[in-house]
Design a protein around this ligand. Structure first.
Ligand SMILES: Cc1cc2nc3c(=O)[nH]c(=O)nc-3n(C[C@H](O)[C@H](O)[C@H](O)COP(=O)(O)OP(=O)(O)OC[C@H]3O[C@@H](n4cnc5c(N)ncnc54)[C@H](O)[C@@H]3O)c2cc1C
Ligand SMILES: *[C@@H]1O[C@H](CO)[C@@H](O)[C@H](O)[C@H]1NC(C)=O
Ligand SMILES: *[C@@H]1O[C@H](CO)[C@@H](O)[C@H](O)[C@H]1NC(C)=O
Ligand SMILES: *[C@@H]1O[C@H](CO)[C@@H](O)[C@H](O)[C@H]1NC(C)=O
Ligand SMILES: *[C@@H]1O[C@H](CO)[C@@H](O)[C@H](O)[C@H]1NC(C)=O
Length: 544
């Protein structure tokens, strides 16, 4: 189907750019690109790689190429025909293959993109819209997890998913966990580079706050652990964003205690049921101040159909403890929600990860499938941080906008607790004390949507509307909710560095400057680069 249409575009673009002479000899550009790469790999690794299982080109076996490309790509916007495709995909089966990939890409002048779980909001892990040709190094076959209860830690390879990590821990112990994301299909590799929050964040912080060690392949193809990389680089990779400093092979994360019984609930209110937004306003006052064991997110979703639409607000909670205690906490701190016995479900921590990921209760084996019930979508997301409660008037306008969009969706995630106790510069992730909650704005649309841009326009307008109600100077954003709009409204500013200071300030506040210094030191040639990678400091960029 679409594949045959794709083929000429890929061959010609990649060829014309690099191998003009080869182009006239052979029409199979990706294959020749790949052949040079394979030869080089053989010279740089002793560990064999079965070609038919590790290399995928558009020419050689289109169906498997498309299958592998699409396998973990979450944002279908970046899989459509007009979006550039990698020249080939390589799926390393040994860490030395990643080292050799860096060495060979450098030698052959091939730009690479690296993917762990494929959740990047802007598809940066599998698409480059700025460099041709590019290839995809997909780490999905490096997914070993080694839980060490004695040592209270786990080594997990980049290609493992969050769900898999939770499952492997629960196999060994019912009273240990790891604070990471809610969605089970997230890739450990990319996820932790941006911070990684989840239901344990108010008690234990982010996954990045609990990283003890890491293995990374740097721009020279060296494999480094914490001692070898040094504390600067080790600081930068724990929240400084993906694919700027090297390729993470594995993380070592501290295990945290979880109780045998946790309690979850999900209470949904329609607009009509929350008169004058009283419940939502109270949530804003208490969400970051309740006991650290309690994590209550709010999900907003448009419901109903034409002419009869409403927005539902679901309060989805997880409490590290039994329901009796939870009911007391809620009665004291948030009685307006009206939580009762029958709303509460007691379960093990591992079952709660299933629940948080949106699976129906049942077998936890589904955590091993690299799929999540949220599923793939054509989507655009944006983020904000809120430091003072949004007044009722602000909420009214927000709901008015939510109800106008077909599939509007929003999540408010509470901060406070451990998140406030960690200093802003401890790791690059700076959104700490003073943050009440984070907003995720999200919209999606069906494949056959004729005018996808109207949804993107809608979300940008909502974002503009929210400006007076959210953090400012800088207006902060979560780097793991990658947003290429940021810095763009510097009209035709050709100076990428100026744009970078805008998004850099939003994602990292003052930590951006240290990230730039470290980048300049560890990757002076800017080998690891993408649309929003950390820039190097050069004299020309300083205007000197
Ligand atoms: C449905 C959905 C749910 C989400 N839920 C949460 C959540 O609960 N909590 C949360 O914190 N975030 C959440 N996110 C955001 C998520 O953390 C980021 O998208 C994260 O970057 C995903 O990591 P990945 O490996 O899956 O993605 P990828 O797309 O594979 O990678 C993301 C970025 O990191 C780079 N990268 C990938 N692997 C490596 C590596 N091994 N070394 C260096 N760089 C690498 C990529 O090139 C890319 O730039 C969610 C996203 C989606 C789409
Ligand atoms: C092409 O890939 C598919 C799916 O991975 C596989 O089943 C098939 O055997 C491959 N065909 C060839 C000719 O390699
Ligand atoms: C509109 O929605 C309400 C509640 O969701 C429902 O009770 C009512 O029947 C709906 N009306 C129409 C015309 O669909
Ligand atoms: C929470 O409740 C709402 C409304 O009943 C529902 O739409 C949503 O799917 C529920 N979420 C979970 C995870 O149970
Ligand atoms: C957080 O900020 C508040 C208000 O500025 C301050 O009173 C409090 O001590 C801070 N907490 C920490 C842990 O730094």
């Amino acid at each position: 189907m679409g594949i045959s249409n794709l083929r000429p575009a890929i061959s010609c673009i990649s060829l014309l750019a690099l191998y003009i002479s080869l182009c006239t000899i052979t029409p199979t550009s990706s294959t020749s690109l790949q052949n040079g790469f394979i030869k080089c790999l053989h010279r740089n690794t002793k560990v064999d790689f079965p070609l038919e299982k590790t290399f995928f080109t558009p020419e050689r076996n289109s169906s498997s190429f498309i299958e592998v490309l699409e396998s973990t790509a979450q944002n279908q916007r970046f899989l459509t025909k007009s979006v550039p495709k990698p020249g080939f995909i390589f799926t390393p089966v040994h860490e030395s293959h990643v080292q050799a990939s860096v060495i060979c890409s450098k030698k052959l002048g091939i730009h690479l993109r690296v993917r762990s779980g494929g959740h990047d909001y802007e598809g940066l892990s599998y698409v480059s819209q700025i460099e041709t040709p590019f290839v995809l190094i997909d780490l999905s076959k490096l997914r070993h997890t080694n839980v060490d209860i004695e040592d209270n830690s786990v080594w997990v390879q980049a290609g493992a998913t969050v769900g898999e990590l939770y499952y492997r821990i629960a196999e060994k112990s019912k009273i240990h966990g790891v604070p990471a994301g809610l969605c089970s299909s997230l890739g450990i590799g990319g996820h932790i580079t941006g911070g990684a929050y989840g239901a344990l964040m108010r008690k234990y912080g982010l996954a990045a706050d609990n990283v003890l060690d890491a293995k990374i392949v740097d721009a020279n193809g060296e494999l480094l652990d914490r001692t070898a990389m040094g504390e600067d680089l080790f600081w930068a990779i724990r929240g400084g964003g993906g694919a700027s400093f090297g390729i993470i092979i594995a993380w070592k994360i501290k295990l945290v205690p979880v109780p045998k019984v946790v309690t979850v609930f999900n209470i949904t209110k329609t607009l009509e049921q929350d008169v004058e937004h009283k419940i939502l306003s109270k949530w804003q006052l208490v969400a970051d101040k309740l006991v650290e064991e309690l994590f209550i997110r709010v999900q907003f979703r448009v419901a109903g159909s034409n002419g009869n639409k409403t927005v539902t607000t679901s309060y989805r909670g997880q409490f590290l403890g039994k329901k009796g205690t939870l009911l007391k906490v809620m009665k004291k701190g948030f009685p307006e929600l009206g939580l009762t016995q029958k709303d509460c479900f007691e379960m093990s921590w591992i079952e709660s990860t299933l629940y948080n990921a949106g699976f129906p209760t049942g077998s936890i084996e589904v955590l091993l499938q690299a799929k999540s019930p949220l599923g793939k979508a054509y989507f655009k997301g944006k983020s904000d941080f809120v430091t003072k409660p949004i007044p009722t008037l602000g909420l009214k306008g927000m709901f008015k906008r939510l109800i106008e969009e077909d599939a509007s969706f929003m999540i408010w995630t509470p901060y406070g607790g451990k998140m406030s106790q960690i200093h802003e510069s401890e790791i690059p992730f700076p959104h700490r004390n003073g943050t009440i909650f984070k907003i995720l704005y999200y919209t999606s649309w069906p494949e056959n949507e004729k005018r996808p841009n109207r949804h993107i326009k809608w979300i940008r307008e909502l974002y503009n509307y929210m400006m007076p109600y959210v953090s400012s100077n800088p207006r902060q954003a979560y780097v793991n909710y990658r947003d290429l709009d940021l810095g763009k409204n510097k009209k035709n500013s050709k100076k990428n560095y100026i744009k970078a200071q805008i998004w850099g300030g939003k994602y990292f506040k003052n930590n951006f400057n240290r990230l730039v210094k470290i980048k300049t030191k560890v990757d002076p040639e800017n080998f690891f680069r993408h649309e929003q990678s950390i820039p190097r400091l050069t004299l020309s960029k300083l205007g000197l």
